[in-house]
Design a protein around this ligand. Structure first.
Ligand SMILES: [Zn+2]
Length: 80
């Protein structure tokens, strides 16, 4: 039988149980961090010049970067 000192037994216990637990904690933390970093872009097509552009903010009305006309959300849904 292998003889273990108390400190070795405690160290083995830490290695076997606490390190995998910490690994799971770090993994779930990184997953949550990834989700919070996702920026949702909204695609728009201009109803005047048909230029396709994207916006970061979820607005109901946007301005076309090419011709400067306003585009409403309802018009965008019909364009698709
Ligand atoms: Zn336009």
């Amino acid at each position: 039988m292998i003889q273990l000192e108390l400190t070795q037994a405690v160290a083995g216990y830490v290695l076997l149980f606490i390190i995998p637990f910490l690994g799971v904690c770090i993994f779930t933390f990184l997953q949550k961090k990834e989700k919070s970093n996702i920026i949702q872009y909204t695609l728009w097509q201009c109803s005047i010049c048909a230029f396709v552009y994207s916006t970061v903010f979820d607005n109901n009305i946007t301005t076309c970067p090419r011709c400067g006309s306003y585009n409403k959300r309802g018009e965008e849904e019909r364009a698709e």
